[in-house]
Design a protein around this ligand. Structure first.
Ligand code: NAG
Ligand code: NAG
Length: 185
């Protein structure tokens, strides 16, 4: 009985796989797990989010700072010059990016210190500190962070000062300090 079922399933999948070859993906039966099959069927029915399906939402932003600043203790950095804000998920008034849908996101931040000063900032995901940059001391120094985060809809991501140096440098001519991010998938 089990064998007959298996043969039936293989035949049915085979048919769908054949039918789908003209489409955008090829079925790999070899390692098909129930999850794969489930997501494939959902995709065939047009209701699910299959791997090769395009995002429903495209979200991307980049913003820089127009002036140097001494950050308040634990202050969120408001990168105020917006270069890109597709889907408007970045708010330059608060400095916070809000994820529009569940997915995997990329974030980057570069900051420059004021002359002979230190600066420490963190990338936050909601109430959770993730990674830090801590450039200092002599002259101007730069630090960069790159992070990939899996987010739920409504998760908040931002750059915030944390203990130590608070002197961030930027200006309208040079845009040394910036923050960007986008939905990968
Ligand atoms: C199937 O899985 C095995 C073991 O995980 C792996 O060695 C093999 O390359 C996989 N085949 C395909 C087509 O992905
Ligand atoms: C910084 O941005 C301004 C526009 O706000 C632009 O005119 C200037 O060329 C930029 N500077 C650099 C170094 O990219």
């Amino acid at each position: 009985m089990d064998t007959i079922c298996l043969i039936l399933v293989v035949l049915v999948i085979g048919c769908y796989g054949y039918k789908a070859e003209s489409g955008s993906y090829t079925l790999k039966l070899e390692n098909a797990s129930f999850e794969d099959l489930h997501s494939m069927f959902k995709k065939i029915k047009g209701t699910g989010t299959g791997l090769s399906q395009h995002n429903k939402v495209f979200s991307a932003f980049a913003a820089s700072l127009t002036a140097s600043k001494t950050l308040g203790n634990g202050e969120i950095v408001k990168f105020n010059k917006v270069w890109t804000n597709i889907n408007n998920d970045y708010d330059q008034i608060t400095g916070v990016y809000t994820a529009p849908q569940p997915g995997v996101y990329q974030f980057s931040c570069s900051v420059m210190t004021q002359n002979d000063k230190k600066l420490r900032v963190y990338l936050w995901k909601n109430k959770e500190r993730t990674v830090a940059i801590y450039p200092g001391y002599t002259g101007h120094n730069m630090g960069t962070l790159n992070m990939v985060l899996q987010l739920e809809k409504g998760d908040k991501v931002y750059i915030k000062h944390g203990g130590g140096g608070r002197e961030i440098h930027s200006n309208t001519g040079s845009n040394y300090s910036m923050f960007s991010g986008y939905l990968i998938r």
